[in-house]
Ligand binder design. Sequence first.
Ligand code: SF4
Length: 370
Amino acid sequence: MKFVDEFRDAAAVRKLAAAIALRVTRPWIIMEICGGQTHSIVKFGLDELLPPAITLVHGPGCPVCVTPVELIDAAVALAARPGVTVCSFGDMLRVPGTGIDLLTARARGGDVRMIYSPFDAVALAARNREREVVFFAVGFETTAPANAMAALHARRLGLRNFTLLVSHVLVPPAIEAILSAPDNRVQGFLAAGHVCAVMGTAEYGPIAARHHVPIVVTGFEPVDILQGVLGCVEQLESGRTEVANAYARAVRPEGNVRARKIMSEVFTVVDRNWRGIGRIPASGFALTSEFSGFDAMQRFGLAGDALPESTECISGQIMRGVKKPRECPAFGVRCTPDRPLGAPMVSSEGACAAYYRYRLRKTPAPAPTV
Ligand code: SF4
């Protein structure tokens, strides 16, 4: 398949891995931002092709993983209300809040629907005007344009029974937070290509300059990822810290101007609470005052105050690159995809899910207790 096969070519992958090995003279820690990149790395064993001096750590770019527990609890509470239908992408259904997940809410009689597009939720609201339809709008800059279009479409249809439970987060403030943490060890970033396809690359220049880190915009196939790593290593080895684009077939410096315009009509930048990481200033979207009538938190009078998270789950340390999934004592023991303690074990973009799926047999057995 065009744009896939040539970027999974084994010879090209080996050649890039050899080029990286030739260039490296000392240890470097590089973070891939996106959970999709993490899954490619672990699935294709790309980290194992790299010289031992290169450590890849896995960033916070899994939207389900960073959705705060209070919003999951809010969705669960809404699903329990008579006359309310909660619509969500499938990934979100099995993520635990402080109590049950949405799938359990459905098993207990709540009206929870799995959808594939925000427009499915709008259509459902249009067909069922006697019901309140809430769309759980989760995601990064990649899904925000479609969710904004759903709000615009609902307004055009004059729907008064459609709302969004918004949990949109933004990548650059998260990079800033990771780099500003006292225990940060990340020295270079592979930025998420699809986010940059929407937003462009301008936001990353000031971060690279301020924190002296290279940021390489990177795609998702094995060749893409190793090109990103090579670009990062070349900068690190030569003391340069710039923004580079290794995903030029999809990313233009200015991004998708029309998509950004639509987003700015519907959303405004606000502080957001990130699960496992905490509050990050100016790190997410909320509906503008013009669209406040579509805000589920306002419509249903939900507080959304931050709630305590599992003390056993170390997902925050994993998503900041401080630890890796197999360093979590619960990994594969008390936390599995069937019984997840944290979101990264159940999301299709979660780092723990990737290690469980592709690396479980390599996990050392837990130490015997005496
Ligand atoms: S293995 Fe489970 S408990 Fe540990 S960090 Fe991952 S999701 Fe959290």
